[in-house]
Ligand binder design. Structure first.
Ligand code: BG6
Length: 510
């Protein structure tokens, strides 16, 4: 029996979506394909309208043609359904404008008024697909053009959707947040972390809190440690310019990995509403013991890949990637041991790691349970007797696997680990909507559960800042390099070995 949760959820009201930075990659690769699929699934309201706002001169038709070409390339379903596209594209238009010019916002206002529908004119989702340095300017102009109102009222709404990076440290994030909330209420700001749009990440809450057997053992009495791995096979490739400013800790750990950690470690919320859920997540982040600069060497490992073989092909080192300095010390790998100082988790290490140019693209959470007491089987098998483990495979081969020991059939007494697997594909079929589809729909309904609240962003930056302070401008040492195609620097193994632990590298769930 399937239980539908959230049936009372508000439906999506007719609205206009205005995309700032409409000529960019994000619009072509992610946003328009997501809206197209939502339209195909009849999930968009009637009516709706999409306006692209960007500097380049072009007509509505030219923009539609560009989007059509992009859709053919990036759509998750192919071929593009031309009849659906024809209908969908009737709701798309273009507004040529400069972010800094007040009169261009007036022009936008005029275009919205021309839609001759009060809801399309006043229910507005502003998607800032721009550089964060332009957020403050765009928001101020929207306010001045009477398009964005700070107050929330029941009749109409305006919301702002922004993408990471939300700053590059706590101070800049604070500034950015202050700029955004100067003309809009925090509840009108939707900060995307696309990991929260992934089915498997959303399932962490369902899995934990809708099954009594797991929640009872989800604590320091039963769990030895937790490993969260987000590994990527690709190197930095063409994104060297951005990556030189970010590095793995800002690009991945500050957001995706800490978000996953907070879902794994949070207390049950009092209800499945955005604020109770986000309150619990932020409590976890705030309970993470600060890593003092002097302890960074003991608790954090950074690394950078040099040239190496991936899938039988020689890949370049990070320093040879385009737009990367030849003596760059930016980390392409980071592993960290975090301790959460609360009643549930005291003394349980959470090991987080992420890196580029690793052997496999895979994200997973491994809950490693405590070993059995040293009697009976453990006394005879020693470390060969595996402790139980639960793996939440986030991507690819999405699934959950429970590892436990069983008797090998036969007359001799032998014990070995076996697995019980749940695979999304075999259970639910190949249903893989893009994270953006879910996130855009949630932003249109005004449900902020899957978006990051200001205090979450700022607390996460506090954690990252103290680590970065410990690194200072020290250059990477030899021990911090790893060959592309391997599981990171050896120091990452030592990080776990200090406590008698070892990384379990992701493997496909069959
Ligand atoms: C992005 C990072 O946020 O996430 C990229 O900027 C990274 O560097 C990407 O490759 C990973 O996302 P996914 O969904 O492929 O795991």
């Amino acid at each position: 029996m399937t239980c539908r949760i959230g049936q009372m959820r508000k439906t999506v009201e007719p609205c206009s979506i205005v995309i700032f930075g409409a000529s960019g990659d994000l619009t072509a690769r992610k946003l328009i394909p997501a809206f197209y699929h939502l339209f195909m699934a009849k999930a968009l309201p009637t009516p709706f309208h999409i306006i692209g706002f960007a500097r380049r001169e072009k007509t509505d038709d030219q923009w539609r043609e560009e989007l059509h070409a992009a859709l053919q390339q990036f759509s998750r379903t192919k071929p593009v359904d031309e009849a659906v596209w024809m209908e969908f594209s009737k709701n798309i238009s273009y507004c040529q404008g400069d972010f800094s010019q007040p009169e261009d916002y007036k022009k936008l206002e005029g275009q919205l008024a021309n839609l001759k529908n009060e809801q399309l004119r006043h229910n507005l989702l502003f998607y800032l697909a721009t550089s964060p340095s332009q957020f403050a300017e765009v928001v101020e102009h929207l306010h001045n053009a009477d398009l964005l109102h700070h107050e929330l009222n029941d009749k109409t709404w305006q919301r702002i959707v922004v993408e990471k990076p939300f700053g590059h440290d706590l101070e800049s994030a604070y500034q950015l947040n202050s700029d955004l909330t100067k003309y809009a209420h925090e509840k009108q700001v939707f900060r995307i972390d696309h990991y929260l749009g992934k089915e498997t990440v959303q399932n962490i809450l369902m899995f934990r809190f809708s099954n009594s057997i797991f929640e009872q053992i989800w604590n320091r009495q039963s769990i030895d440690h937790v490993q969260i791995t987000v590994s990527e096979k690709l190197g930095v490739g063409g994104r060297g310019g951005y990556y030189e400013e970010a590095g793995a800790i800002r690009d991945m750990l500050q957001n995706h990995l800490l978000q996953v950690l907070s879902l794994v470690a949070m207390e049950p919320p009092v209800m499945l509403d955005p604020e109770p859920i986000r309150d619990e997540k932020v409590k976890v982040l705030k309970s993470i013991r600060q890593i003092l600069p002097a302890d960074v060497a003991k608790q954090v490992v950074r690394g950078q890949y040099f040239a190496g073989m991936i899938d039988g092909k020689l890949g370049p080192g990070y320093r040879q990637e385009p737009k990367v300095k030849s003596d760059s010390n930016v980390e392409t790998y980071v592993a960290v041991k975090l301790l959460i100082d609360n009643w549930r988790w005291s003394g349980v290490p959470f090991y987080l790691r992420t890196g580029k140019a690793l052997p496999l693209s895979a994200s997973e959470v491994r809950i490693q349970f405590r070993p059995t007491p040293h009697v009976l089987f453990a006394a005879q098998c020693g470390p060969k007797l595996d402790a139980n483990a639960l793996t939440l495979r986030l991507q690819p081969d999405e699934g959950i696997s429970l590892r436990f020991n069983g008797k090998v059939p036969g007359t001799s007494l032998q014990v070995r680990p076996v697995r019980m697997n749940f695979s999304y594909n075999s259970e639910f079929g190949a249903y893989t909507p893009e994270a953006y589809e879910r996130l855009l729909l949630e932003a249109m309904t005004g449900d902020a559960t899957l978006f990051i609240r200001r205090d979450e962003v700022e607390t996460a930056w506090g954690i990252v800042d103290s680590i970065r302070k410990g690194w200072g401008d020290k250059p990477l040492t030899n021990r911090e390099f790893y060959s592309a195609g391997t599981w990171g620097p050896v120091a990452a193994d030592d990080l776990l070995a200090q406590s008698g632990h070892a990384w379990r590298d992701p493997r496909p769930i069959l």
